[in-house]
Design a protein. Structure first.
Length: 190
């Protein structure tokens, strides 16, 4: 289990956790359940919950012996130390639809190099507080698109989203050459 490191840019604690497929068969996807959090500590980039535990999910296959490193983001209002437990599960990939969503102009994309050896893309866009956005990305010159997980709910009129690899995307942002991004606004709830 990784160490919790505070990121002053996002106001979140980050924890890098590596999961290895020690089984004999390929896992279609991997879910990492997070438990044991004290009151008022939240897994910010959770894709969902399973019972009382939040989770992130890697929606690509993991062959025997392969590893994937998750970047967990925690919101801790008092910024005091905390601990957590982890449980990895082999699951089926989650599907994220991108139909019926409106495109949003990306106002800025830059590379954040503050963490040595861990460059990440930052995608910035104008947003409507309370509305949900899905970031989609392409590693093959926009021939096919994949949805980053989870979708995010804007809390301000400008939103920054970080691509630091799994569980948001299938791989680190610089591992496949060039990566393109688009932002989709989900339809408003009735």
């Amino acid at each position: 289990q990784g160490t919790n490191v505070f990121d002053p840019q996002t106001g979140l604690f980050e924890q890098h956790d590596t999961v290895t497929n020690t089984g004999l068969s390929t896992a279609a996807a991997v879910r990492l359940l997070v438990g044991g959090l004290r009151t008022n500590v939240y897994l910010y980039n959770a894709a969902g919950t399973n019972g009382r535990r939040a989770y992130v999910q890697y929606n690509a296959s993991l062959n025997p012996g392969q590893t994937v490193t998750f970047v967990l983001e925690f919101y801790v209002p008092d910024r005091q130390p905390f601990t957590n437990t982890l449980e990895a599960q082999a699951v089926l990939p989650a599907t994220a639809g991108t139909n019926s969503a409106g495109a949003v102009a990306v106002t800025l994309v830059f590379v954040d190099r503050r963490i040595a050896g861990e460059p990440r893309f930052v995608v910035e866009f104008d947003s409507i507080p309370g509305r949900t956005y899905t970031i989609i990305y392409s590693d093959d010159s926009m021939k096919s698109w994949k949805a980053a997980t989870p979708s995010i709910t804007a809390s301000a009129s400008r939103t920054q989203w970080y691509d630091d690899g799994p569980p948001k995307t299938e791989s680190k942002p610089f591992s496949n050459g060039s990566r393109c991004y688009a932002v989709l606004l989900a339809p408003a709830s009735p």
